[in-house]
Design a protein around this ligand. Structure first.
Ligand code: ISC
Ligand code: MG
Length: 461
Protein backbone atom coordinates (compact mmCIF):
# COMPACT_ATOMS: atom_id res chain seq x y z
CA UNK A 1 0.00 0.00 0.00
CA UNK A 2 1.44 3.34 -1.03
CA UNK A 3 1.14 5.90 1.72
CA UNK A 4 2.64 9.25 2.36
CA UNK A 5 2.94 10.39 5.92
CA UNK A 6 1.41 13.77 6.49
CA UNK A 7 0.72 15.01 9.91
CA UNK A 8 0.25 13.86 13.45
CA UNK A 9 -1.06 16.15 16.17
CA UNK A 10 -2.14 15.92 19.75
CA UNK A 11 -4.09 18.74 21.38
CA UNK A 12 -5.72 19.25 24.75
CA UNK A 13 -9.48 19.68 24.89
CA UNK A 14 -11.67 20.61 27.77
CA UNK A 15 -15.06 18.99 27.21
CA UNK A 16 -17.82 19.18 29.85
CA UNK A 17 -15.27 19.73 32.57
CA UNK A 18 -13.24 16.75 31.38
CA UNK A 19 -9.73 17.11 30.08
CA UNK A 20 -9.34 15.15 26.85
CA UNK A 21 -6.57 14.50 24.38
CA UNK A 22 -7.45 14.83 20.71
CA UNK A 23 -5.14 12.81 18.49
CA UNK A 24 -5.17 13.32 14.72
CA UNK A 25 -3.09 11.54 12.13
CA UNK A 26 -3.38 11.90 8.38
CA UNK A 27 -1.83 9.94 5.55
CA UNK A 28 -2.13 10.42 1.82
CA UNK A 29 -3.28 7.31 -0.02
CA UNK A 30 -2.57 6.69 -3.67
CA UNK A 31 -5.84 5.35 -5.02
CA UNK A 32 -9.13 4.81 -3.27
CA UNK A 33 -12.79 4.63 -4.22
CA UNK A 34 -14.85 6.54 -1.68
CA UNK A 35 -17.76 4.10 -1.98
CA UNK A 36 -15.47 1.08 -1.55
CA UNK A 37 -14.05 2.69 1.61
CA UNK A 38 -17.61 3.26 2.87
CA UNK A 39 -18.53 -0.34 2.06
CA UNK A 40 -15.44 -1.63 3.89
CA UNK A 41 -17.08 -0.32 7.07
CA UNK A 42 -20.23 -2.45 6.55
CA UNK A 43 -19.55 -4.87 9.39
CA UNK A 44 -17.96 -2.70 12.05
CA UNK A 45 -19.31 0.80 11.48
CA UNK A 46 -22.88 0.37 10.24
CA UNK A 47 -24.98 3.11 11.87
CA UNK A 48 -21.89 5.32 12.24
CA UNK A 49 -21.03 6.25 8.66
CA UNK A 50 -21.50 9.20 6.32
CA UNK A 51 -20.92 9.97 2.67
CA UNK A 52 -20.78 13.35 0.95
CA UNK A 53 -19.89 14.65 -2.48
CA UNK A 54 -20.36 18.23 -3.62
CA UNK A 55 -22.11 19.12 -6.87
CA UNK A 56 -18.89 19.94 -8.66
CA UNK A 57 -17.38 16.59 -7.58
CA UNK A 58 -14.27 18.36 -6.31
CA UNK A 59 -14.73 17.12 -2.77
CA UNK A 60 -15.72 13.70 -1.50
CA UNK A 61 -15.97 12.85 2.16
CA UNK A 62 -16.50 9.55 3.94
CA UNK A 63 -16.62 8.91 7.67
CA UNK A 64 -16.46 5.52 9.39
CA UNK A 65 -17.00 5.21 13.12
CA UNK A 66 -17.59 7.94 15.65
CA UNK A 67 -14.59 9.51 17.38
CA UNK A 68 -17.06 11.97 18.84
CA UNK A 69 -20.66 13.03 18.25
CA UNK A 70 -22.27 16.39 18.86
CA UNK A 71 -26.01 16.03 19.20
CA UNK A 72 -28.89 17.72 20.95
CA UNK A 73 -32.66 18.07 20.96
CA UNK A 74 -32.76 21.79 21.63
CA UNK A 75 -35.52 23.79 19.93
CA UNK A 76 -33.86 27.15 19.49
CA UNK A 77 -30.29 26.70 20.61
CA UNK A 78 -29.35 23.72 18.49
CA UNK A 79 -27.22 25.61 15.95
CA UNK A 80 -25.40 27.61 18.65
CA UNK A 81 -24.85 24.52 20.79
CA UNK A 82 -23.24 22.59 17.92
CA UNK A 83 -21.10 25.59 17.03
CA UNK A 84 -19.91 26.12 20.62
CA UNK A 85 -19.03 22.47 21.12
CA UNK A 86 -17.19 22.19 17.82
CA UNK A 87 -15.25 25.40 18.46
CA UNK A 88 -14.24 24.13 21.86
CA UNK A 89 -13.17 20.78 20.49
CA UNK A 90 -11.03 22.26 17.75
CA UNK A 91 -9.74 25.46 19.30
CA UNK A 92 -6.21 24.10 19.66
CA UNK A 93 -6.12 22.36 16.28
CA UNK A 94 -3.39 23.56 13.95
CA UNK A 95 -4.80 25.66 11.11
CA UNK A 96 -3.64 25.30 7.55
CA UNK A 97 -4.06 22.72 4.84
CA UNK A 98 -7.73 21.87 4.42
CA UNK A 99 -7.21 18.15 3.73
CA UNK A 100 -5.72 17.73 7.18
CA UNK A 101 -8.54 19.41 9.04
CA UNK A 102 -10.87 17.40 11.24
CA UNK A 103 -14.36 17.60 9.75
CA UNK A 104 -17.71 17.60 11.48
CA UNK A 105 -20.48 16.10 9.36
CA UNK A 106 -24.22 15.93 10.02
CA UNK A 107 -27.52 17.74 9.89
CA UNK A 108 -30.28 19.64 11.64
CA UNK A 109 -33.83 18.27 11.33
CA UNK A 110 -36.38 20.36 9.45
CA UNK A 111 -38.55 21.20 12.44
CA UNK A 112 -37.67 20.34 16.05
CA UNK A 113 -41.26 21.15 17.06
CA UNK A 114 -42.63 18.25 15.02
CA UNK A 115 -43.27 15.26 17.29
CA UNK A 116 -45.06 12.95 14.85
CA UNK A 117 -43.85 9.40 15.50
CA UNK A 118 -42.44 7.28 12.73
CA UNK A 119 -39.11 6.64 11.07
CA UNK A 120 -37.58 9.77 12.69
CA UNK A 121 -38.68 9.16 16.29
CA UNK A 122 -35.20 8.28 17.51
CA UNK A 123 -33.33 10.90 15.55
CA UNK A 124 -31.73 13.89 17.35
CA UNK A 125 -32.73 17.41 16.24
CA UNK A 126 -29.05 18.14 15.67
CA UNK A 127 -26.80 15.20 14.83
CA UNK A 128 -23.12 15.57 13.94
CA UNK A 129 -20.13 13.26 13.97
CA UNK A 130 -16.38 13.52 13.90
CA UNK A 131 -15.37 10.26 12.25
CA UNK A 132 -12.81 7.87 13.67
CA UNK A 133 -11.66 7.26 10.08
CA UNK A 134 -12.13 10.24 7.79
CA UNK A 135 -11.52 10.02 4.06
CA UNK A 136 -11.24 13.26 2.09
CA UNK A 137 -10.73 13.20 -1.66
CA UNK A 138 -9.83 16.59 -3.14
CA UNK A 139 -8.31 17.27 -6.54
CA UNK A 140 -7.84 13.52 -7.07
CA UNK A 141 -5.80 13.19 -3.91
CA UNK A 142 -7.06 10.97 -1.11
CA UNK A 143 -6.30 11.55 2.57
CA UNK A 144 -7.27 9.26 5.41
CA UNK A 145 -7.25 10.66 8.93
CA UNK A 146 -7.56 8.92 12.27
CA UNK A 147 -9.29 10.84 15.06
CA UNK A 148 -9.14 9.75 18.66
CA UNK A 149 -10.51 11.56 21.69
CA UNK A 150 -9.45 10.04 24.95
CA UNK A 151 -8.66 10.82 28.56
CA UNK A 152 -5.53 8.82 28.10
CA UNK A 153 -2.48 10.98 27.55
CA UNK A 154 -0.44 7.97 26.52
CA UNK A 155 -2.60 6.62 23.77
CA UNK A 156 0.11 5.00 21.66
CA UNK A 157 -1.43 1.54 22.10
CA UNK A 158 -4.90 2.78 21.17
CA UNK A 159 -3.48 4.60 18.17
CA UNK A 160 -1.61 1.52 17.05
CA UNK A 161 -4.87 -0.47 17.02
CA UNK A 162 -6.53 2.28 14.98
CA UNK A 163 -3.61 2.39 12.51
CA UNK A 164 -3.98 -1.35 11.89
CA UNK A 165 -7.72 -0.94 11.42
CA UNK A 166 -7.17 1.98 9.05
CA UNK A 167 -4.74 -0.05 6.94
CA UNK A 168 -7.22 -2.93 6.89
CA UNK A 169 -10.05 -0.62 5.72
CA UNK A 170 -7.88 0.92 3.01
CA UNK A 171 -6.76 -2.47 1.83
CA UNK A 172 -10.31 -3.82 1.77
CA UNK A 173 -11.44 -0.76 -0.20
CA UNK A 174 -8.67 -1.17 -2.74
CA UNK A 175 -9.51 -4.84 -3.24
CA UNK A 176 -13.29 -4.32 -3.33
CA UNK A 177 -13.21 -1.45 -5.76
CA UNK A 178 -14.72 -3.36 -8.71
CA UNK A 179 -17.87 -4.45 -6.87
CA UNK A 180 -21.12 -3.67 -8.64
CA UNK A 181 -24.43 -3.51 -6.81
CA UNK A 182 -27.84 -4.64 -8.01
CA UNK A 183 -30.97 -2.60 -7.45
CA UNK A 184 -33.32 -3.59 -4.64
CA UNK A 185 -36.48 -5.61 -5.39
CA UNK A 186 -39.61 -3.69 -4.46
CA UNK A 187 -42.54 -5.83 -3.28
CA UNK A 188 -44.93 -3.06 -2.30
CA UNK A 189 -45.33 0.63 -3.09
CA UNK A 190 -47.79 3.03 -1.50
CA UNK A 191 -48.56 6.72 -1.17
CA UNK A 192 -49.69 6.96 2.47
CA UNK A 193 -51.35 10.35 2.40
CA UNK A 194 -52.33 10.97 -1.18
CA UNK A 195 -55.89 12.18 -0.47
CA UNK A 196 -54.99 14.35 2.55
CA UNK A 197 -52.16 15.80 0.46
CA UNK A 198 -54.50 16.77 -2.41
CA UNK A 199 -56.97 18.25 0.08
CA UNK A 200 -54.20 20.17 1.84
CA UNK A 201 -53.25 21.99 -1.35
CA UNK A 202 -56.79 23.41 -1.53
CA UNK A 203 -56.70 24.27 2.16
CA UNK A 204 -53.34 26.02 1.84
CA UNK A 205 -54.31 27.98 -1.29
CA UNK A 206 -57.45 29.10 0.61
CA UNK A 207 -55.23 30.25 3.47
CA UNK A 208 -53.06 32.18 1.01
CA UNK A 209 -56.09 33.78 -0.63
CA UNK A 210 -57.20 34.92 2.83
CA UNK A 211 -53.74 36.57 3.13
CA UNK A 212 -52.75 34.40 6.10
CA UNK A 213 -49.54 33.40 4.27
CA UNK A 214 -47.93 34.09 0.90
CA UNK A 215 -46.31 30.74 0.21
CA UNK A 216 -46.21 27.37 1.98
CA UNK A 217 -44.18 24.33 0.91
CA UNK A 218 -46.22 21.18 1.38
CA UNK A 219 -44.59 17.77 1.16
CA UNK A 220 -45.60 14.13 1.25
CA UNK A 221 -43.97 10.73 1.36
CA UNK A 222 -43.93 7.52 -0.61
CA UNK A 223 -43.31 4.21 1.17
CA UNK A 224 -41.56 1.19 -0.28
CA UNK A 225 -41.27 -2.37 0.97
CA UNK A 226 -38.39 -4.49 -0.36
CA UNK A 227 -38.04 -8.24 -0.72
CA UNK A 228 -34.99 -8.18 1.56
CA UNK A 229 -32.80 -5.79 3.52
CA UNK A 230 -31.17 -3.10 1.41
CA UNK A 231 -27.66 -1.95 2.25
CA UNK A 232 -26.33 1.59 2.37
CA UNK A 233 -23.53 1.06 -0.22
CA UNK A 234 -26.10 -0.56 -2.52
CA UNK A 235 -28.25 2.57 -2.75
CA UNK A 236 -25.35 5.02 -2.60
CA UNK A 237 -23.77 3.28 -5.59
CA UNK A 238 -27.01 3.88 -7.56
CA UNK A 239 -27.15 7.61 -6.88
CA UNK A 240 -23.42 7.99 -7.57
CA UNK A 241 -24.00 6.57 -11.05
CA UNK A 242 -27.38 8.10 -11.74
CA UNK A 243 -27.20 11.63 -10.26
CA UNK A 244 -23.83 13.11 -11.19
CA UNK A 245 -25.15 16.71 -11.25
CA UNK A 246 -26.25 16.77 -7.61
CA UNK A 247 -24.90 16.85 -4.09
CA UNK A 248 -24.78 13.23 -2.95
CA UNK A 249 -25.17 12.43 0.71
CA UNK A 250 -25.74 9.56 3.10
CA UNK A 251 -25.92 9.78 6.88
CA UNK A 252 -26.44 6.79 9.16
CA UNK A 253 -27.95 6.84 12.62
CA UNK A 254 -28.48 3.42 14.17
CA UNK A 255 -30.67 1.46 11.70
CA UNK A 256 -31.54 4.46 9.56
CA UNK A 257 -29.75 5.68 6.46
CA UNK A 258 -30.86 9.07 5.22
CA UNK A 259 -29.61 9.63 1.70
CA UNK A 260 -30.27 11.69 -1.37
CA UNK A 261 -29.16 13.61 -4.43
CA UNK A 262 -29.99 17.28 -4.05
CA UNK A 263 -29.36 20.08 -6.53
CA UNK A 264 -29.73 22.74 -3.86
CA UNK A 265 -26.99 24.48 -1.92
CA UNK A 266 -28.06 26.13 1.32
CA UNK A 267 -24.69 27.68 2.06
CA UNK A 268 -21.03 27.23 1.34
CA UNK A 269 -18.21 29.13 3.03
CA UNK A 270 -14.74 29.12 1.54
CA UNK A 271 -12.07 31.35 3.00
CA UNK A 272 -14.54 33.96 4.13
CA UNK A 273 -16.65 33.99 0.97
CA UNK A 274 -20.24 32.75 1.30
CA UNK A 275 -22.39 31.22 -1.43
CA UNK A 276 -26.03 30.21 -1.54
CA UNK A 277 -28.48 29.23 -4.24
CA UNK A 278 -32.11 30.08 -4.71
CA UNK A 279 -33.78 27.09 -6.33
CA UNK A 280 -37.57 27.07 -6.61
CA UNK A 281 -39.96 26.77 -9.52
CA UNK A 282 -40.00 23.52 -11.47
CA UNK A 283 -40.91 21.88 -14.76
CA UNK A 284 -40.17 18.42 -16.16
CA UNK A 285 -37.50 17.71 -18.79
CA UNK A 286 -38.60 17.34 -22.41
CA UNK A 287 -38.28 14.10 -24.35
CA UNK A 288 -36.44 15.87 -27.17
CA UNK A 289 -34.04 18.84 -27.12
CA UNK A 290 -36.76 21.05 -28.66
CA UNK A 291 -39.40 20.00 -26.16
CA UNK A 292 -36.92 20.53 -23.32
CA UNK A 293 -36.13 24.03 -24.57
CA UNK A 294 -39.85 24.84 -24.87
CA UNK A 295 -40.50 23.65 -21.29
CA UNK A 296 -37.50 25.65 -20.04
CA UNK A 297 -38.69 28.84 -21.76
CA UNK A 298 -42.21 28.42 -20.42
CA UNK A 299 -40.79 27.96 -16.89
CA UNK A 300 -38.77 31.18 -17.23
CA UNK A 301 -41.91 33.05 -18.33
CA UNK A 302 -44.43 31.48 -15.97
CA UNK A 303 -45.82 33.89 -13.33
CA UNK A 304 -46.75 31.15 -10.82
CA UNK A 305 -43.24 29.66 -10.81
CA UNK A 306 -41.55 33.09 -10.93
CA UNK A 307 -43.57 34.04 -7.83
CA UNK A 308 -42.48 30.85 -6.03
CA UNK A 309 -38.88 31.66 -6.93
CA UNK A 310 -38.88 35.35 -6.03
CA UNK A 311 -39.86 34.70 -2.39
CA UNK A 312 -36.71 32.61 -2.06
CA UNK A 313 -34.46 35.22 -3.68
CA UNK A 314 -35.84 38.01 -1.49
CA UNK A 315 -35.25 36.08 1.71
CA UNK A 316 -31.77 34.77 0.88
CA UNK A 317 -30.63 38.18 -0.38
CA UNK A 318 -31.99 39.79 2.78
CA UNK A 319 -30.11 37.28 4.98
CA UNK A 320 -26.90 37.81 3.00
CA UNK A 321 -27.26 41.59 3.33
CA UNK A 322 -27.26 41.19 7.10
CA UNK A 323 -24.20 38.93 7.12
CA UNK A 324 -22.08 39.92 4.13
CA UNK A 325 -20.64 42.74 2.07
CA UNK A 326 -19.68 42.83 -1.59
CA UNK A 327 -22.66 40.78 -2.76
CA UNK A 328 -23.44 39.58 -6.24
CA UNK A 329 -26.92 38.51 -7.34
CA UNK A 330 -28.04 38.19 -10.96
CA UNK A 331 -31.18 40.19 -11.93
CA UNK A 332 -33.05 37.27 -13.36
CA UNK A 333 -33.15 33.53 -12.66
CA UNK A 334 -31.65 31.07 -15.10
CA UNK A 335 -32.45 27.41 -15.65
CA UNK A 336 -30.85 24.59 -13.70
CA UNK A 337 -31.35 21.34 -15.57
CA UNK A 338 -30.87 18.02 -13.83
CA UNK A 339 -31.77 14.54 -14.98
CA UNK A 340 -35.49 14.53 -14.22
CA UNK A 341 -36.40 18.17 -13.72
CA UNK A 342 -35.52 21.79 -14.48
CA UNK A 343 -35.64 24.59 -11.92
CA UNK A 344 -35.40 28.35 -11.75
CA UNK A 345 -32.00 29.15 -10.25
CA UNK A 346 -30.39 32.30 -8.84
CA UNK A 347 -26.93 32.04 -7.23
CA UNK A 348 -26.10 34.52 -4.44
CA UNK A 349 -22.65 35.26 -3.02
CA UNK A 350 -20.92 37.70 -0.70
CA UNK A 351 -17.98 38.36 1.60
CA UNK A 352 -18.83 37.18 5.12
CA UNK A 353 -18.67 39.76 7.90
CA UNK A 354 -16.04 39.12 10.57
CA UNK A 355 -18.36 37.59 13.16
CA UNK A 356 -20.61 35.66 10.76
CA UNK A 357 -20.04 31.90 10.53
CA UNK A 358 -21.33 29.06 8.40
CA UNK A 359 -23.53 27.76 11.24
CA UNK A 360 -24.96 31.20 11.98
CA UNK A 361 -25.80 31.57 8.31
CA UNK A 362 -27.34 28.08 8.27
CA UNK A 363 -29.43 29.02 11.30
CA UNK A 364 -30.68 32.22 9.66
CA UNK A 365 -31.36 30.69 6.27
CA UNK A 366 -33.17 27.54 7.38
CA UNK A 367 -35.84 27.01 6.22
CA UNK A 368 -35.71 29.18 3.12
CA UNK A 369 -39.05 29.78 1.37
CA UNK A 370 -38.07 26.96 -1.04
CA UNK A 371 -38.73 24.51 1.80
CA UNK A 372 -40.78 26.39 4.41
CA UNK A 373 -42.59 29.44 3.10
CA UNK A 374 -43.41 33.11 3.65
CA UNK A 375 -43.84 34.43 6.29
CA UNK A 376 -41.74 31.72 7.93
CA UNK A 377 -43.74 31.46 11.15
CA UNK A 378 -47.13 31.18 9.45
CA UNK A 379 -45.76 28.76 6.87
CA UNK A 380 -44.30 26.47 9.55
CA UNK A 381 -47.61 26.54 11.41
CA UNK A 382 -49.42 25.51 8.21
CA UNK A 383 -46.91 22.71 7.57
CA UNK A 384 -47.44 21.40 11.11
CA UNK A 385 -51.19 21.55 10.60
CA UNK A 386 -51.50 20.06 7.12
CA UNK A 387 -48.59 17.62 6.77
CA UNK A 388 -49.38 14.41 8.66
CA UNK A 389 -45.73 13.31 8.68
CA UNK A 390 -42.40 14.18 10.26
CA UNK A 391 -39.90 15.50 7.72
CA UNK A 392 -36.88 14.53 9.80
CA UNK A 393 -33.88 15.58 7.74
CA UNK A 394 -35.87 15.98 4.52
CA UNK A 395 -35.68 19.62 3.32
CA UNK A 396 -33.21 20.32 6.14
CA UNK A 397 -29.54 21.37 6.20
CA UNK A 398 -27.03 18.52 5.77
CA UNK A 399 -23.30 18.98 5.34
CA UNK A 400 -19.93 19.63 6.94
CA UNK A 401 -17.66 22.18 8.50
CA UNK A 402 -14.00 22.15 9.42
CA UNK A 403 -12.03 23.75 12.25
CA UNK A 404 -11.29 26.90 10.24
CA UNK A 405 -14.87 27.87 9.44
CA UNK A 406 -15.03 26.44 5.93
CA UNK A 407 -17.83 24.11 5.02
CA UNK A 408 -20.93 23.47 2.99
CA UNK A 409 -24.57 22.57 3.64
CA UNK A 410 -27.00 21.30 1.05
CA UNK A 411 -30.76 21.33 1.41
CA UNK A 412 -31.63 17.65 1.79
CA UNK A 413 -34.36 17.34 -0.87
CA UNK A 414 -34.69 14.46 -3.40
CA UNK A 415 -34.02 12.26 -0.42
CA UNK A 416 -35.19 9.15 1.39
CA UNK A 417 -34.88 7.28 4.68
CA UNK A 418 -33.91 3.63 4.40
CA UNK A 419 -34.59 1.26 7.31
CA UNK A 420 -33.56 -2.32 6.53
CA UNK A 421 -36.27 -3.52 4.13
CA UNK A 422 -38.34 -0.31 4.03
CA UNK A 423 -37.84 3.15 2.58
CA UNK A 424 -39.68 6.46 2.82
CA UNK A 425 -39.19 8.94 0.01
CA UNK A 426 -40.01 12.63 0.43
CA UNK A 427 -41.01 15.36 -2.00
CA UNK A 428 -42.88 18.63 -1.85
CA UNK A 429 -43.50 21.84 -3.70
CA UNK A 430 -44.08 25.52 -3.17
CA UNK A 431 -47.79 26.32 -2.86
CA UNK A 432 -48.83 29.81 -3.89
CA UNK A 433 -52.27 31.35 -4.51
CA UNK A 434 -52.70 29.83 -7.98
CA UNK A 435 -51.35 26.33 -7.22
CA UNK A 436 -53.51 23.42 -8.39
CA UNK A 437 -53.62 20.12 -6.47
CA UNK A 438 -53.21 17.82 -9.48
CA UNK A 439 -50.31 19.82 -10.95
CA UNK A 440 -48.54 19.93 -7.56
CA UNK A 441 -49.13 16.20 -7.14
CA UNK A 442 -47.51 15.57 -10.51
CA UNK A 443 -44.58 17.82 -9.58
CA UNK A 444 -43.95 15.64 -6.52
CA UNK A 445 -44.01 12.54 -8.74
CA UNK A 446 -41.20 14.02 -10.83
CA UNK A 447 -39.29 14.89 -7.65
CA UNK A 448 -39.63 11.33 -6.32
CA UNK A 449 -38.04 9.91 -9.43
CA UNK A 450 -34.32 10.09 -8.53
CA UNK A 451 -34.74 8.20 -5.25
CA UNK A 452 -37.33 5.84 -6.68
CA UNK A 453 -35.04 4.91 -9.56
CA UNK A 454 -32.12 4.37 -7.16
CA UNK A 455 -34.32 2.08 -5.08
CA UNK A 456 -35.36 -0.05 -8.02
CA UNK A 457 -38.72 1.53 -8.91
CA UNK A 458 -40.11 3.50 -11.82
CA UNK A 459 -42.79 6.15 -12.27
CA UNK A 460 -44.13 6.54 -15.79
CA UNK A 461 -40.88 7.82 -17.32
C1 ISC B 1 -39.46 20.90 -1.81
C2 ISC B 1 -38.83 20.41 -2.88
O1 ISC B 1 -38.31 21.23 -3.85
C3 ISC B 1 -38.14 22.64 -3.64
C4 ISC B 1 -36.93 22.99 -4.41
C5 ISC B 1 -36.99 23.31 -5.75
C6 ISC B 1 -38.24 23.51 -6.35
C7 ISC B 1 -39.38 23.55 -5.63
C8 ISC B 1 -40.68 23.83 -6.27
O2 ISC B 1 -40.69 24.18 -7.46
O3 ISC B 1 -41.73 23.67 -5.67
C9 ISC B 1 -39.37 23.38 -4.14
O4 ISC B 1 -39.43 24.65 -3.57
C10 ISC B 1 -38.62 18.98 -3.09
O5 ISC B 1 -37.94 18.60 -4.03
O6 ISC B 1 -39.14 18.17 -2.29
MG1 MG C 1 -42.98 24.17 -7.46
Amino acid sequence: MQQKWYQSTEVEVDSLGQSLHFYMETIEVSRLSALAFYAAGEECYKGERFYWQNREKTMTLVGLGHAHTIQNNAQHERFDAVEAEWKNLTKNCPKGQSELQPILFGGFTFDPQNNVDGEWTDFPEAYFALATFQLVIRDDKAYVSIHLLTQNHQAEDQLEVLRKERDHLIHAAQVKEVKTYTKPDITNYFEPYKEPYLASIDQVTALIKQKKADKVVIARSLALQFKEDVSAPQVLSQIIHEQPESYLFGLEHKDLLFFGASPERLVKVEEGRAFSSCIAGSIKRGKTAEEDETYGQSLLNDPKNSGEHQYVVDMIVDTFRKNCVDMTVPDRPRLLKIRDIQHLYTPVEGQLNQNATILQLTKSLHPTPALGGVPRKEALAAIRKYEPMNRGLYAAPIGWLDAEGNGEFAVAIRSAALLSDKAYLYAGGGIVADSEPQAEYEETLVKFRPMLRALGGRLHE
